[in-house]
Design a protein around this ligand. Structure first.
Ligand code: TRP
Length: 454
């Protein structure tokens, strides 16, 4: 079972790999619509606070466990706390990503559908309402989205079963910077649209009455989702980081990049939302209603450029989604292969079957199954809410408690300060430990309880 563990080449490689897992649909699809649903600038402020006070310590807690043990979740917890129940935290880290994968694949499928459209007919209608209803028509039909969901998940299955990670990672190195350039270009264009200033105002002028307990819970859920926290993904990646790496720099670098991507996506989407007269609280479809509008407007000026940008943009989105989805798929497969002694092929088929089924239900919940409600939510929103607002935060809580209270403090200090060699890290270690032991767990518990009561 013991595999030779590889290590990343160096600091930039470590940040790159972690950012590759973190940056995905969470930044480009989920962040803008969460901002729109929960009230603009006020949400962004809470989000920034959550990232620094909660997500960063949890991120570092996961990194410390993985980096210390050079093992995956089950092995790491068993190594640090042998014979205790902590290792069952590992099970949560198998289940949550698979639920996420189910609905993630639906959105990945939508992206494939839009990629198909951008290659074939393109986007031409910038008429108010027309793009929204085109999207509504697409997702509420049964077959189109189901085919796209199947394609997306099958793509993951093929890559995971072949075990060819290096190809995807190499592609990631090209596609991520390209995605960044494209989203910046789209942002610049979006800001020049007539009526865009209302969107900018929406993003920078906070309305503090919008800061409600549920907005805080949503911001925390979003930052967990975006950083892939609480499910052991970061822990596992960190186990591949070189021994003497400065994890504080790695953590700040990853969180910073992730934040930057999300903010740029917000500033790319919101001005166009206002320019197009789309409802900011439109929900999960927001970017799919807005981007075609942007591309159609662009096409009215320079048609070829608009087509090129649209195709490249959806290609990179699909790949960003793929790289994140594969990491979720692989967790389940690794568990079945390593802990349950299943063949890789069988494990891939089993995970594919299970997630396809749940994903299909999520997909149909926008159309034929729209009436099926769980706790007042559609199947899709329920899966999203269950994972982002409960399972991931619960996992995150257990990780901070483990590093803050259970793990040997000398080992934590040793990891955080690179064996005492980093002066700055030594200076802020006390603050970090305080966040880890008190602020983060208490805040999570409070948000958790309000979430249950809300
Ligand atoms: N963070 C990724 C995104 O923003 C999604 C993701 C990848 C993820 N791995 C995860 C989410 C593990 C939760 C758990 O798109």
């Amino acid at each position: 079972m013991e595999r030779r563990r590889e290590v990343f080449g160096g600091r930039s490689a470590a940040i790159f790999a972690l950012a590759g897992s973190a940056i995905g649909l969470g930044n480009i699809w989920r962040f803008p619509y969460m901002v729109g649903q929960t009230g603009g600038a006020a949400f962004i402020i809470i989000y920034l606070v959550c990232c620094l006070l909660l997500s960063l310590p949890i991120f570092l807690a996961e990194v410390i466990i993985g980096h210390r043990t050079h093992a995956g979740t089950f092995g790491a917890l068993e190594q640090l706390a042998p014979g205790t129940k902590w290792k069952w935290l590992g099970l949560l880290t198998v289940i949550s990503p698979l639920i996420i994968l189910s609905y993630y694949s639906v959105v990945g499928g939508w992206s494939i559908g839009y990629l198909w459209q951008s290659v074939t007919v393109g986007f031409h209608s910038s008429e108010l309402g027309a793009v929204s209803s085109a999207f509504g028509g697409f997702i509420s039909s049964a077959t189109g989205p189901l085919i796209c969901h199947t394609l997306f998940l099958a793509g993951c299955a093929v890559i995971v079963s072949a075990g060819v990670k290096s190809g995807i990672e190499r592609f990631n190195k090209i596609s991520m910077p390209l995605l960044f350039v494209l989203i910046v270009a789209i942002m610049v264009y979006s800001l020049t649209l007539p009526g865009a200033s209302a969107g900018v105002e929406y993003l920078v002028k906070p309305d503090f009455s919008k800061i409600t307990p549920s907005a805080v819970a949503d911001a925390m859920g979003q930052s967990f989702f975006s950083l892939s926290l609480g499910v052991g993904t970061i822990l596992t990646y960190a186990s591949y980081i070189k021994k003497n790496e400065n994890i504080l720099v790695t953590g700040l670098g990853t969180v910073g990049f992730d934040l930057l991507f999300a903010l740029i996506a917000g500033f790319a989407i919101m001005p166009a939302v206002f320019a197009a007269g789309i409802e900011p609280g439109a929900g999960p479809g927001l970017i799919f209603e807005t981007l075609p509008y942007i591309f159609a407007k662009m096409g009215a000026n320079v048609p070829w450029l608009s087509s090129v940008v649209a195709v490249l943009f959806f290609v990179t989105i699909v790949f960003a989604a793929f790289t994140s989805a594969i990491s979720m798929f692989e967790v389940g497969v690794a568990y079945l292969v390593e802990q349950r002694r299943m063949s890789r092929r069988k494990a891939v088929l089993l995970i594919f079957g299970g997630t396809w089924l749940l994903g299909a239900l999520c997909s149909l919940s926008f159309g034929p199954l729209a009436d099926v409600q769980l706790f007042g939510l559609s199947i899709f929103s329920f899966c999203d809410m269950l994972t982002s607002n409960f399972l991931m935060t619960f996992g995150g809580l257990l990780f901070v408690l483990f590093v803050g209270w259970k793990m040997d403090p000398a080992a934590v200090r040793d990891e955080f300060t690179c064996g005492g060699t980093e002066r700055f890290n030594c200076a802020v270690f006390g603050a970090f430990r305080f966040l880890l032991r008190y602020i983060a767990p208490i805040a999570i518990v409070i948000i958790f309880i309000t979430n249950f009561l809300a």
